[in-house]
Design a binder for this molecule. Structure first.
Ligand code: C2E
Ligand code: MG
Ligand code: MG
Ligand code: MG
Length: 291
């Protein structure tokens, strides 16, 4: 009986593995067609000034309107897109779409910035710099209103190939942020070798700052280091008011997280921003709205 049970378990296990492999294949195939099918959408999450609470920027976060599974956050498919290389095509779409959104959000003023995640694979692909310049020309967006976010752990692996491309893009007026900072095991001193403007402190560190003294120490060290190098610090994953207070005391400049605002579609974001900025009369640029 025990043997039979064992065999059943093995069969179940194999069946589960089979299901997983099939699901993964289905995801890969569906991802390939998703750009052309118009199934992607950008959600926007606000970033506010720690001291004044004023809106400073938004992060563009990719969402997939999956025909069967519903709205999927990036975390559920971006790894597959990176592994299969589809991220290069998706990334080009994200960039153009985001620059188009900047055009619609001119009511928030010329200093409002939109921050777009780019994967290292996308930066290393030939034609990355061209695709950025092309998207700027096509949309007429101001490069000063665009920021690119690159994950720390990945950027450090390929720093020699990536730094010159970032430097070029930055010379166009685009700003650069290092994402998920504090999770990689990079030498902090190497940060100064990167042509960047902002450091985004990873959510895992921010989450613990009220409960853990060591997390507090690490976050304070990152904020001080960033300040010393002339970079702004942005805390991500802020979920509680006590975290907001601690971050502000530490000298962190900008924060982002559920307790400030969740990622929203562009209409909801614009409505949120109008209230947050005390400008109830402004409207989205009509010529571009839902073009
Ligand atoms: P990220 O850039 O570090 O983005 C932050 C992630 O945390 C987002 O998940 C966001 O929805 C979520 N988040 C924001 N505030 C909070 C909070 O207070 N608490 C918690 N628990 N989570 C919060 P999402 O949208 O699933 O994205 C996951 C990752 O996928 C992103 O991490 C980014 O690395 C990547 N990603 C998203 N959009 C794009 C894109 O257009 N292109 C590329 N290459 N990567 C993207
Ligand atoms: Mg990001
Ligand atoms: Mg990330
Ligand atoms: Mg992050």
């Amino acid at each position: 009986r025990a043997k039979a049970l064992g065999r059943n378990r093995a069969q179940l296990f194999e069946a589960a593995m089979h299901d997983q492999a099939r699901e993964r294949l289905e995801l890969e195939n569906a991802l390939r067609g998703a750009v052309d099918a118009g199934e992607f959408i950008i959600h926007l999450q606000p970033q506010v000034d720690c001291k004044t609470g004023q809106i400073r920027a938004a992060e563009a976060l990719l969402r997939w309107e999956h025909p069967v599974r519903g709205l999927l956050p990036a975390g559920e498919f971006i790894n597959v897109a990176e592994e299969t290389g589809t991220i290069v095509e998706i990334g080009t779409w994200v960039l153009e779409e985001s620059l188009g959104i900047i055009g619609k959000l001119q009511g928030l003023g010329p200093n409002f910035r939109l921050s777009v995640n780019v994967s290292v694979r996308q930066i290393l692909a030939p034609g990355f710099v061209d695709s950025v310049e092309h998207a700027l020309e096509k949309t007429g967006a101001d490069p000063k209103q665009l920021e690119l976010e690159i994950t720390e752990a990945l950027v450090m692996e390929d720093i020699a190939d990536i730094a010159p491309k970032l430097a070029y893009v930055r010379s166009l007026g685009i700003s650069i942020a290092v994402d998920d900072f504090g999770t990689g095991y990079s030498n902090l001193a190497r940060l100064k070798a990167l042509p960047i403007d902002r450091v985004k402190i990873d959510q895992s560190l921010v989450r613990d700052i009220s409960a853990s003294g060591s997390s507090r120490t690490i976050v304070q060290a990152i904020v001080s280091l960033a300040q010393g190098l002339g970079y702004e610090s942005v805390a991500e994953g802020v979920e509680a008011e006590v975290q907001q207070e601690l971050l502000t005391l530490m000298g962190c400049e900008v924060m982002q997280g559920f307790s400030i605002g969740r990622p929203m579609d562009e209409d909801a974001f614009f409505a949120w921003a109008k209230i947050a900025s005390g400008m109830p009369d402004i409207s989205m640029s009509p010529q571009d709205h839902h073009a």
